[in-house]
Design a protein around this ligand. Structure first.
Ligand code: PAF
Length: 332
């Protein structure tokens, strides 16, 4: 995991290798709800979409994703079969556009496997919860243009390769490590050509920090207490723990040079917990399913930055250690 000091890297200096495919094919990495949803959005807009799976079907081939869209997606059907090509890491097709939708802990090993197929100047969009993996991803793909994306779209898998678009949201896209546009506007237009809108931003880092702070407030507490996001606000014991955690996160953000985010974090975390009151957070779902959680890239990243700046973070530190312990089968 790296710190918050990002190396100088300029997407604009990286030339894209011309390819014959028009429009450029998108490879979407990960067969979870987000991967399937984005593959469908691109395919319905006529973009060749390829879904990269760790374990593709025995003979990798064209397949269908079943999509249950929202009425606002403009597809006028309750359910559609969307043809996509399924590929495994062993396939040889060159990658010019990659949308990585894996969980954060799975990202770097997957990118390492794909690196030989990523052409010079390829656009690689990282759509993970958390922070701290962007610089490592860029180091694995030194000749690619790296972008970060954040989404508030909601989706869940109904079964393998069957996805329901459960909530309409917005996706922000910016170049890594921020600053100049670096091609974000053009790429946002390409990626947003389907039913999922994408908005380019000049500097995505403040949005990444804002999302990180909300995830730090909601995810570990819901995971450890086995409760919905809304219960954090309603159960008195939990509410005081949540409020105290928000106060610590706010102090850390202020100490790390994000005063505006610091002043907004408590209200933002309450707003998101209320808007997603019935949801079981992604971290709770991961713990329950025995999967590794994203704690290292959420609370772990905040604690690492706090410690580097000499800021005490006892509540976040305790939550980090407790979630790690649960991941390893221990009890709190
Ligand atoms: O990780 C999650 O589950 C979500 O980002 C959030 C905002 C906590 C809502 O459940």
């Amino acid at each position: 995991m790296s710190g918050s000091g990002f190396a100088i890297r300029d997407n604009a200096l990286m030339k894209e290798t011309p390819t014959s495919t028009t429009p450029a094919a998108w490879h979407v990495l990960g067969g979870g709800a987000m991967g399937c949803l984005w593959a469908c959005s691109l395919a319905t807009a006529g973009h060749p979409a390829r879904l990269l799976l760790r374990q593709p079907p025995a003979c990798a081939t064209d397949s269908d994703i079943t999509l249950s869209p929202r009425p606002t997606d403009g597809l006028h059907k309750q359910s559609l079969q969307i043809p996509v090509r399924i590929e495994g890491a062993g396939d040889a097709t060159p990658i010019t556009r990659l949308l990585a939708c894996t969980k954060a802990p799975d990202l770097l090993p997957a990118l390492a496997d794909l690196a030989p197929r990523v052409v010079d100047g390829a656009a690689v969009v990282l759509l993970q919860n958390g922070m701290g993996f962007h610089a490592e991803a860029a180091a694995l793909l030194p000749r690619a243009r790296i972008f970060c994306a954040l989404t508030t779209e909601g989706a869940y898998l109904q079964s393998r390769l069957s996805v329901r678009h459960a909530g309409s949201g917005e996706t922000l896209l910016g170049a890594f490590p921020g600053g100049a546009d670096g091609g974000a506007a053009q790429l946002a237009a390409e990626l947003g050509c389907g039913f999922l809108p994408v908005r380019p931003v000049e500097n995505i880092l403040p949005s990444l920090w804002a999302k990180l702070a909300i995830n730090c407030a909601i995810n570990p507490l819901t995971a450890l207490h086995g409760c919905t996001n809304g219960e954090l606000l309603e159960r008195p014991g939990l509410r005081s723990e949540f409020d105290a955690l928000c106060t610590e996160i706010s102090g850390l953000l202020a100490g790390l040079g994000h005063p505006l985010l610091a002043s907004a974090v408590a209200a933002d975390a309450v707003r998101v917990a209320r808007a997603t009151a019935a949801n079981r957070s992604s971290m709770l779902q991961d713990l329950e399913a025995g999967r590794r959680t994203e704690i290292r890239y959420i609370t772990g990243f905040l604690c690492q930055n706090a410690k580097a700046a000499g800021l005490p973070c006892p509540r976040n530190d305790a939550l980090f250690r407790a979630v790690r312990q649960r991941e390893h089968g221990g009890q709190p």
